[in-house]
Write a protein that binds this ligand. Structure first.
Ligand code: ZN
Length: 201
């Protein structure tokens, strides 16, 4: 990868041999390896020992999960907040594992729509809940840096499965609880990740 980065720098009109750029190929390689480490992650390993059988069937919400991903069209970052809800049928996922699940799929080259679906599909496949909802709000640097859209615009995607798809009340309750905020990402408060339990019926 380092040779490619050196060639890329030259193609940009830079001198890869100048002092400030000497270690750049090494750093870029390291950064890309981390930012795409989701390809090597094993979901079952990530969720290891964190699927619990419980007698609980109310909505579980984890909201304001920060995520950072790379758009596959421009290799530029998109980042923002992810909100996840599910209604267990008899299994739950340890709450701390949910942000890690998001990272597994975010640390790949992505489009926001697919990322959203992959998170929802994985939760559905792993614990067969009555429903799953995932909403992601993100700023795409390929839009804001290139001036394609207004600088502060962000994209919202959602995936609704089971009860969230079939039952408007459930869906609305979830959307009310996450209260889509125009999370101007980057000023994200990491401590804001929290779980709350909604009442259904
Ligand atoms: Zn893009």
């Amino acid at each position: 990868m380092q040779d490619l980065i050196r060639r890329l720098l030259a193609e940009m009109g830079e001198d890869p041999a100048r002092e400030g750029l000497l270690d750049t190929p090494k750093r870029v390689e390291k950064a890309y390896k981390f930012l795409t480490s989701g390809y090597d992650a094993d979901i079952d390993h990530v969720l290891n020992n964190a699927l619990f059988t419980v007698d609980y069937s109310e909505m579980v919400i984890v909201k304001d999960i920060d995520f950072y991903s790379l758009c596959e069209h421009h290799l530029l970052p998109f980042f923002g907040k992810c909100h996840i809800a599910y209604i267990p049928s008899n299994k739950v996922i340890g709450l701390s594992k949910i942000p890690r699940l998001v990272d597994v799929f975010a640390r790949r080259l992505q489009v926001q729509e697919r990322l959203t679906n992959q998170i929802a599909d994985t939760i559905r496949d792993k614990i067969a809940p009555l429903g799953v909802a995932v909403v992601m709000e993100a700023t795409h640097l390929c839009m804001s840096m290139r001036g394609v859209e207004k600088q502060n615009s962000f994209a919202v995607t959602s995936a609704m499965v089971g009860a969230f798809r079939n039952n408007a009340r459930t869906r609305i309750e979830f959307l009310e609880l996450i209260k889509l905020r125009s999370a101007v990402p980057g000023i994200a408060d990491r401590a804001a990740t929290l779980a709350c339990v909604g009442e259904e019926d």
